[in-house]
Design a protein around this ligand. Structure first.
Ligand SMILES: C[S@@+](CC[C@H](N)C(=O)[O-])C[C@H]1O[C@@H](n2cnc3c(N)ncnc32)[C@H](O)[C@@H]1O
Length: 310
């Protein structure tokens, strides 16, 4: 894990080579219709491109969720946005997070020579899982309790010509009781069901190989505390931020915390761990992103890392 610590001093080491960034963008667009968009997705566009019935349902579910509709409206929403072209239209609204998390996990796999197997929990239509299988040739499983999302993921897997032995998608709830599951060398959850709560961390640990790592992007990372991690038998190896320009962001830029965990009991968190993770990038990124020469789709931390590295 010493290698991981060196990323604190030189975080640009986790930048992908520029041609790989372009390949990643091409993959997202071609396979899922996910791309950078400067403008917000209007309900009228959904109705035009997906038909009036889907349009009505989309508007209603967005309203229900804004009103705090709870897990049911979330599940209905994730099911509705599973099929093309809506899967691409909606996910393009968080292009910077999707691109950045995929680039980050790719770079970690490369730098740490991770050999798999890899598990992604909350994989939805499987963009990250498919990319890891295609780009790194690792054995990957994607789990999501949303059946329609798994159907889309399987359809893309078939179009890619990959067998289920290489890339498997399972309609599975991570909270359900699990037996006979092999441990994973890398587990990824991006805005997925893994949160920094005790039961979730304990479940995560139970799925990790002894020398395994977990990459978690979750807003609940802001509540992370060492005692909780200790109780779950996990420790922080590395933390960083991902993100970039999103439509409708007043600041024009939005970031999320990414934490890399391993199994262990040394869960001491430096008091300013989050600030340290953010400081380098905020300062550097501002200059990079505010330059007119930087195209909109490249105003993300992954592109910034990539340019720093090259
Ligand atoms: C916000 S989406 C994130 C999807 C994707 N990781 C991304 O970054 O775009 C959350 C996903 O987690 C899935 N999910 C939520 N709770 C789950 C659970 N308990 N077990 C499996 N999947 C779950 C949802 O169905 C949804 O696809």
């Amino acid at each position: 894990m010493n290698r991981l610590r060196s990323f604190r001093e030189s975080p640009e080491l986790l930048g992908l080579p520029l041609p790989e960034m372009l390949r990643l963008e091409e993959f997202l667009l071609r396979r899922f219709g996910i791309e950078f968009r400067a403008d917000w997705l209007e309900d009228s566009t959904v109705a035009e491109q997906c038909g009036p019935e889907v349009g009505r349902r989309f508007t209603q579910l967005q309203f229900d969720r804004a009103e705090g509709g709870g897990p049911e409206s979330d599940q209905d929403f994730y099911a509705l946005i599973s099929a093309p072209p809506l899967v691409g239209l909606v996910h393009s609204m968080k292009f910077a997070f999707i691109l950045d998390s995929m680039a980050y996990v790719s770079a970690l796999i490369r730098e740490l020579r991770i050999t798999g197997p890899v598990l992604e929990v909350g994989c939805h239509a499987g963009y990250l899982s498919s990319w890891i299988a295609v780009n790194h040739g690792l054995r990957v499983q994607g789990w999501d309790h949303c059946g329609p999302a798994i159907e889309t993921a399987v359809a893309v897997r078939e179009a890619l010509g990959l067998p289920a032995t290489a890339l498997d998608f399972l309609s599975r709830d991570i909270e359900a009781s699990l037996t006979g599951v092999e441990p994973f060398q890398l587990i990824v959850s991006v805005d997925g069901p893994v949160t920094f709560e005790l039961h979730s961390l304990q479940r995560l640990r139970s799925l990790m190989a002894a020398d395994g790592l977990a990459v978690v992007v979750s807003d609940s990372a802001l509540d992370l505390d060492a005692e909780l991690l200790n109780r779950a038998g996990l420790q922080v190896e590395h933390s960083d931020v991902i993100g970039g320009r999103l439509p409708r962001e007043p600041s024009g830029f939005s970031a999320k915390v990414l934490v890399v965990l391993s199994r262990g009991e040394k869960a001491e968190l430096e008091p300013d761990w989050l600030e340290k993770a953010q400081a380098f990038w905020y300062e550097h990124f501002q200059g990079y992103a505010n330059t007119p020469e930087t195209p909109g789709h490249q105003k993300t931390l992954a592109w910034c890392r990539s340019r720093l590295r090259s």
